[in-house]
Design a protein around this ligand. Structure first.
Ligand SMILES: NC(=O)c1ccc[n+]([C@@H]2O[C@H](COP(=O)([O-])OP(=O)(O)OC[C@H]3O[C@@H](n4cnc5c(N)ncnc54)[C@H](OP(=O)(O)O)[C@@H]3O)[C@@H](O)[C@H]2O)c1
Length: 341
């Protein structure tokens, strides 16, 4: 580690909404840990929530955000497995931030070596969304659901859910909020796409749910949407709320839940993953990285920005999320992705 710098650049959240590029001490890996030189880390909706102090990790300031990323292992603490990883390109996710920096320390078990055909740019987005798509579709199948309503369906995760569901024989009723998203999803081959901004949306959704006997929804939106889903689904419905894109309280009349015997419950990948056990975890991680090579897990990247331009990159992403992710680049490694924006 002698040729590594003692300090590094990191985007530090010093208070709610207070992101600063700072020079800070470079972390040192402990037993079983790796030091990864970060290549890139995406901006996800969870990061937008973290920036305003509303994400579930409850960290104290100052705090380095970034829940997933990719990079090259440059050093390891003690441990045979950790040492074996030195020099490898990896995807990593800590579950508690730290990726928006030149270097991050992570438990070796929190990394996935990237296969030859997977770029560092794609690898940076291989954990959060692909594993969530695997988890949600698995939950639908476990519950015997053949059709599921999916909101936020024009985003990267919504599109992954649709493709993963298709691969696993589950139909998706896609809900988006703009006409151009309807056209885009239809062009990608989606069969059922509804626009929640249309006047007939609630009626059309209820009719489709009746025809397709749909009793389940994956809800990324919350707010009024959750109540609209419960009203449209068949009685005995289950709504899995996994996102808070509307940033407002769920609006749901108790009568709709009681007389339709509906269940609304939360889903968080960080809680779901540890419940799976090591073999299933490894299998899911392998499925996710394999699917980066033209499979369900591919994400669009709208722009790649250096840390100095992170704030502008975050604002651009928040203004039009469906356009694709902002990737923050921390090293000059080839990321192997072409921005669409
Ligand atoms: N619970 C978990 O473990 C877990 C794990 C992964 C992701 N998530 C959640 O999954 C959701 C989607 O993530 P993503 O990476 O797919 O995001 P993304 O690629 O940025 O896509 C977000 C999509 O939602 C739409 N949208 C934004 N605000 C909306 C609103 N108020 N009402 C309806 N639609 C809205 C966007 O459309 P526009 O283009 O019109 O903005 C875009 O199509 C996020 O809420 C994220 O936090 C949760």
């Amino acid at each position: 580690m002698t040729d590594l710098p003692d300090t590094m650049h990191a985007l530090v959240l010093t208070a709610r909404d207070g992101l600063e590029l700072q020079e800070v001490p470079r972390p040192t890996p402990g037993p079983g840990q790796l030091l990864v030189r970060i290549a890139a880390s995406p901006v996800n909706p969870s990061d937008l929530m973290t920036l305003v102090g509303e994400y579930g990790i409850g960290a104290d300031y100052p705090f380095v955000p970034g829940l997933e990323g990719s990079g090259v292992v440059v050093a390891a603490g003690s441990g045979v497995v950790a040492r074996w990883m030195v020099g490898k390109r990896v995807a990593l996710a800590t579950g508690n931030g730290g990726m928006w920096a030149d270097y991050a320390v992570v438990d070796a078990s929190r990394t996935i070596p990237l296969p030859e055909g997977v770029s560092l740019g794609s690898g940076a987005m291989s954990a959060v969304n692909p594993l969530t798509a695997i988890a949600l579709v698995a939950l639908a199948r476990k519950g015997g659901h053949h059709t599921v309503v999916s909101t936020g369906a024009g985003g990267q995760l919504g599109r992954m859910i649709r493709k993963r569901a298709h691969d696993k024989g589950v139909k998706i009723i896609n809900v988006v909020r703009r006409a151009e998203q309807v056209a885009q999803l239809q062009a990608e081959g989606a069969r059922h796409v509804l626009n929640s901004s249309d006047a007939r949306f609630d009626e059309d959704l209820a009719n489709l749910c009746r025809d397709l006997r749909c009793r389940m929804a994956f809800d990324a939106v919350g707010g009024a949407m959750t109540g609209r889903l419960v009203a449209a689904l068949r009685p005995g419905a289950e709504v899995l709320v996994y996102g808070a894109l509307e940033q407002s309280a769920i609006k749901l009349h108790p009568g709709k839940m009681i007389f339709r015997e509906a269940t609304v419950r939360g889903f968080w990948l960080s809680q779901w993953l540890p419940r799976q056990g090591v073999p299933r975890l490894l299998w899911s991680a392998r499925e996710a990285t394999r699917a980066l090579m033209g499979g369900f897990a591919v994400s669009d990247v709208a722009r790649i920005v250096p840390p100095e331009q992170a704030e502008a990159g975050i604002a651009d992403y928040a203004a039009r999320m469906s356009a694709g992710k902002t990737l923050i680049r921390f090293s000059d490694e080839d990321l192997g992705v072409t921005p669409t924006g």
